[in-house]
Design a protein around this ligand. Sequence first.
Ligand code: URA
Length: 238
Amino acid sequence: MKMRLDKYLSSCGIGTRTEVKKIIRSNRISVDGNIIPQCDYKVDDTMSVLLDGKPVKYSEFIYIMLNKPQGYLSATKDQRHKTILDLLDEKYAKMGLFPVGRLDKDTTGLVILTNDGDFAHNTLSPKKHVSKTYIAEISGTLPENATEIFNKGVTLKDFTCESADLIIEETFNDHTLVTVTIHEGKYHQIKRMFQVVGCKVIYLKRVTFGNIKLDSNLKEGEYRLLNDSEMEFVSSVK
Ligand code: URA
């Protein structure tokens, strides 16, 4: 379906509507080989749209990987607290982005933001068994058979978890560094699983979501669009 050039470019994340209008008027956009200075020029995804000579690939939806810092809510807005949407550039403000699932305020790491409701719905569906890996520092002494307990499926008050993988990385004093992979996303799930075995999570970071790994180049608070290979995961769950 054809749409205005300025709308096309802002949907691709090039800039706000005002910013892309400036870009178009400064003759930086070509369509099928011709410089187009009109914002209302009609384009579609079969046409070759270039910005400064580089292709602008159209996508109906936006998918972002964010490295969440502590202290931000995984929400779109809140009266009292900062949300992860506050970390995004203004050009993303009106795109209807929301986080796919939630991390606690004090949890850091990988959050996917999108405006693709079907992707979010499918990914969060328990039927899809999308795995998530966390690294955690816990205090307290883990029972010797903790790996087995997690493997069998920890029983919480209201729910029995699916089998989870627990790897004990390092123990110092009464603190342990672990890697845990779960296949659901219940409220405070990791913290509650460790509570069951008598331990407390004191630091938690999500490092994978399905096949997507947190980019180690992203500092806390930084984000980027998903790349082509990460988009294969998006397509696989849609
Ligand atoms: N499990 C938790 O306990 N907290 C999170 O933020 C994510 C998983």
